[in-house]
Design a protein around this ligand. Sequence first.
Ligand SMILES: *Cc1c(COP(=O)(O)O)cnc(C)c1O
Length: 374
Amino acid sequence: MMPAPDYGDGTRSVHAGLPPAARPGQPFLPGPVFAAPYHLDPVAGPQPGVDGYGRTDNVTWRALEAAIGELEGGECVLFSSGMAAMSAVLLTQLRPGDTVVLPSDGYFLARAFAQDSLPGVEVLLAPTAGPYPSLEGVRLVLLETPANPGLDVCDIASLADRAHEAGALVAVDNTTATPLGQRPLELGADLVVGSASKALTGHSDLIMGYACAASSDLLARLRTWRARTGGVPGPFEAWLAHRSLGTLDLRLARQSQNAAAVAELLAGRPEVSSVRWPGRAGDPGYEVARRQMRRIPGVVTFTLPSKAHVDAFLTASRLIAAATSFGGLHSSADRRAQWGDDAPEGLVRLSCGVEDTDDLVADITAALDAAATP
Ligand SMILES: *Cc1c(COP(=O)(O)O)cnc(C)c1O
């Protein structure tokens, strides 16, 4: 049943994209459909609306696209990874001579891709919290809020107004927030781009991406792009992602609760500086996040005095795995400088999982104590 718009997030997560009618004797849930070619009518040949070939047609993708589209409030197209979705948005919108504005503190590969692989396109960088340059003559503004890894936030609605006045399109990377955390299309964005590899699916076992658009014209260009470049997800991953989506509301609730407790703990530790979590009163992003976001993600960023201090902390923790990525069931942490981010040596992005809050707080306290007394 297509969820009515007034259902809560739990109901929407569970029911998103499921078949409209229950049919006796059919499996309770659809399984993945694997097909390279499909059977054609031997006389009529390919028919509109009839699946023909697996690079363009797959019912398992369509179910997940319907689900993500329902949550984001727009039409969705899946890609093989978040970066496949990101590059599709940039390459379908930008031509030589165009100007694009990207976050200077956002996902580093988006910046690297734009700077190295869009010949003739002028790339302007702006920090997520601003100030933003004049948008006159800009073709596309990409926002990422909260920005990964620094967790600054920006006001999507007011930047979308500015961009539209200047004739620019706005795309928002919604990976960190997820569509339950914020709905950029409702806030005025033209496009949403996201990695499904992070909190959206949350089990740390697949790589996928998506884009959503408010206009079917923008979406049709992305769909054509995907068919021609071939950056399609596998049906099995799409099925796994859809299965995982059902618990999005539950996972985010626990992750957010854990992050609130962990941010509070970290803020009280003398060796920890620059704690960032936009859900914490006093955080520079708090006011905008409170207005714009429906819930705050489970990622907390903070800084320890040195690389050695981070190493000791991660070694001592029993619950926090050293791993990149974020948004999974299992708590994990990542020292961003080791990936080449322009960040202090001791900056840690900590992704709170769905463990019990008390266990996580006790583990982090013990690991910080151990790291402080070598
Ligand atoms: C991980 C990530 C991406 C890229 O997604 P992949 O699925 O790894 O390709 C893009 N944007 C943000 C904010 C991310 O965290």
